[in-house]
Design a binder for this molecule. Structure first.
Ligand code: CO8
Length: 255
C-alpha cells in the first residue's frame, strides 16, 4: 500500500504514528483511515512492538475531524457506509486492539479526531489542545464512536452537554472531567507519552492484552450500531446541507 498521509517509525518497543495532513489540520479522509488500518495490522503481528503512540503533525491539530469535504455531498447510504467503514477499520480496531494505543493530543481534537483519541487506551494532551464534538453544528451526530465512548469516559451529563452544544473545551477542562489522563506543556507531550509507554512496555504483554480485553468486556456494540444508523439518517437532509455548506463557505450555519 502506498502510504501518503501518515508517518510511522519504530524506536525500541514503541511505534510512533503521525497523521500527516497538516494543511487540513490532519482531517481523516478515507485513505488515511485505510493507511492507519494497514499500519495497525502490521504492528499487531510484530512482537517487538509493545505500545503505539499516535499524534498529529504540526503544533495546531491532533486531528480536526473526519474530512468534511469528502462527505459533504454524501447521501444517507454513503454516510452510513463511511461511518461503518471507519468504525470497523479504525475506531473499533483501536478500542479493542491487542496493544495499548496512547493518543498524544497536540492541538485540536474535534469530531472524528476526538473520537480517535477516545478509542485509544490512554490520552495525554498538551496545554494548547482543544477538544469537542462539533458535529451538531454540521447537521450530523458523532459517527465514529463518540456518543458511546465519550459517555463512558466522562458520564452522561457532560457527554450530553459536549455533544449537544458542540462546544470545544480546553485541555485543563478535559482533564477535570476525566476526558484525558494528563495535561502537559507542548514540549513535554511526547516525553510524557514515552514515559507511560515505557512503563507499560516493561509489563507482561499477555497480561496487558488481557487487561484491555477484560476492561472492554463491559461495553457492548449495540450503542455503536445505533450511532451508525442515526449518523447515516442525518445525511441528505436540509439541515445537513446547511451545516456542511456553512463550513465550506466559512460562515455560521442557520438551522
Ligand atoms: N475536514 C476537512 N477540512 C478541514 C477540516 C475537516 N474536519 N478541519 C479543517 N479543515 C481545513 C479547512 O477547510 C482549511 O482548508 P482550506 O485552507 O482549504 O480552507 C484548513 O483545514 C485550515 O483550517 P481553518 O482555516 O478552518 O483553520 P482555523 O484555524 O481558522 O480553524 C478549526 C480551525 C476551528 C479547527 C476549524 O478548521 C474547524 O472548525 N474545523 C472543522 C472541525 C469540525 O467540525 N470537525 C468535525 C468534523 S465532522 C466529524 O468528524 C464526524 C465524525 C464522524 C464521521 C463519520 C464519517 C462520515
Amino acid at each position: 500500500m502506498q502510504i501518503e498521509n501518515i508517518q510511522f517509525e519504530q524506536e525500541g518497543t514503541i511505534m510512533y504514528i503521525t497523521i500527516n495532513r497538516e494543511k487540513y489540520l490532519n482531517a481523516l479522509n478515507k485513505k488515511t483511515i485505510l493507511e492507519l488500518n494497514h499500519v495497525l495490522s502490521l504492528c499487531e503481528s510484530d512482537d517487538s512492538i509493545r505500545v503505539l503512540i499516535i499524534t498529529g503533525s504540526g503544533d495546531k491539530a491532533f486531528v480536526a475531524g473526519a474530512d468534511i469535504k469528502e462527505f459533504a455531498s454524501f447521501n444517507r447510504r454513503e454516510g452510513t457506509e463511511l461511518s461503518r467503514f471507519g468504525h470497523e477499520l479504525l475506531f473499533d480496531k483501536i478500542a479493542t486492539y491487542t496493544k495499548p494505543v496512547i493518543a498524544a493530543i497536540n492541538g485540536y481534537a474535534l469530531g472524528g479526531g476526538l473520537e480517535l483519541a477516545l478509542a485509544a487506551q490512554i490520552r495525554i494532551a498538551s496545554n494548547n489542545a482543544k477538544m469537542g464534538q462539533p458535529e451538531v453544528t454540521l447537521g450530523v451526530i458523532p459517527g465514529y464512536g463518540g456518543t458511546q465512548r465519550l459517555t463512558q469516559l466522562v458520564g452522561k451529563g457532560k457527554a450530553m452537554e459536549l455533544i449537544l452544544t458542540g462546544e470545544m473545551i480546553s485541555a485543563n477542562e478535559a482533564l477535570k472531567i476525566g476526558m484525558v489522563n494528563y495535561v502537559v506543556s507542548q514540549e513535554d507531550l511526547m516525553l510524557k507519552a514515552i514515559e507511560i509507554a515505557n512503563k507499560i512496555a516493561a509489563n507482561s504483554p499477555r497480561a496487558v492484552r488481557k487487561s484491555i480485553q477484560a476492561i472492554n468486556a463491559t461495553y457492548g456494540n449495540i450503542g455503536l450500531l445505533k450511532e451508525i444508523e442515526l449518523f447515516g439518517s442525518c445525511f441528505g437532509t436540509e439541515e445537513f446541507q446547511e451545516g456542511v455548506t456553512a463550513f465550506l463557505e466559512k460562515r455560521k450555519p442557520n438551522f
